[in-house]
Design a protein. Structure first.
Ligand code: DHB
Ligand code: FE
Length: 279
């Protein structure tokens, strides 16, 4: 039986791709961010997962405002990266796991989640940069199942719904007869706002409470509606929904193996957590 061996949650910011391209990992600005990944890479080297379910939000590369699924699951043989207009180098394509993708789609639709299945899908910085932080040689020793949650065009799915989606992903992986070791990788957040009067907004107390809640009280953030999440975390800070879905997939109890929090990376409060299910 397939099993989820861990959850990794991290911020994603296009500037990370620029820093990687320029080799700025040890630069004083970037070092507190990049150094945070060392223990996670160590854990990956020890646990050697087969498959990564990547929960992320597309920013206009694969889905634009004219066609915006609330939840989309990739079921492609591979996923290409393409130029997003940020000037960051593209990364090699990712191998898919179509059979597991279709199993997830069948199970989730069977549980009344209305999803879009994508047999052709380009993946943007929210997918590629966290993968490049986990495997800097970009040789991708895993295959992937992309799960995309809309956070760019209203109306957004609620925190409670994203948590429930994560729980359903957990059940779907557990019911897959293969023996894959699966990691769930959730990317986005933490607090940031890129536009409007509050551009540059960051809320450290909220971010820290949210990170704590994922360990001790994972449904804590489901008390907030979308408007309240935007108030607390910023318009783009709602990307923390990816963290919530990831946490939902891990079951009731988790152990926190690692955490990093650093302000700012570009306009973003960057967070990183490594959680292991303790079920
Ligand atoms: C930034 C953060 C994001 O999450 C994103 O998708 C794009 C830009 C930033 O802080 O610059
Ligand atoms: Fe983003």
């Amino acid at each position: 039986m397939a099993r989820i061996i861990g959850g990794i949650t991290t911020s994603h910011v296009p500037a990370i791709g620029g820093a990687i391209a320029k080799g700025l990992q040890q630069d004083p600005y970037w070092r507190p961010f990049f150094d945070g990944f060392t223990p996670v890479r160590q854990w990956l080297a020890e646990t050697r997962p087969d498959t990564v379910v990547v929960v992320y939000n597309d920013h206009g590369l694969n889905f634009f405002l004219d066609q915006m699924p609330t939840f989309a699951v990739g079921a492609a043989p591979s996923y290409r990266n393409a130029d997003e207009g940020w000037g960051i180098p593209q990364v090699p394509a990712f191998s898919g796991h179509s059979a597991l993708s279709w199993h997830l789609i069948e199970q989730l639709v069977g549980e009344d989640f209305d999803l879009t299945s994508c047999q052709d899908m380009a993946v943007d910085h929210a997918f590629t940069l966290p993968m490049a932080l986990l495997w800097p040689d970009q040789k991708w020793p895993v295959n992937v199942v992309p799960v995309c949650i809309n956070t760019v065009q209203a109306p957004l799915p609620s925190a409670a719904r994203c948590y429930a989606l994560g729980q359903a992903i957990g059940r779907a992986v557990a019911s897959w007869p293969g023996d894959e070791k699966v990691v769930v990788l959730g990317t986005g957040g933490l607090s940031h706002q890129l536009d409007g009067e509050r551009a540059g907004f960051i809320n450290k107390p909220f971010d820290l409470q949210f990170m704590d809640s994922l360990v001790t009280n994972p449904r804590w953030a489901t008390q907030f509606n979308t408007r309240q999440l935007v108030e607390q975390a910023g318009t783009q800070g709602v990307e923390l929904l990816m963290w919530l879905a990831t946490r939902g997939a891990l079951g009731e109890q988790v152990a926190e193996l690692h955490r990093n929090y650093h302000i700012p990376i570009s306009n973003t409060a960057s967070g990183l957590m490594l959680l292991e299910p303790r079920g």
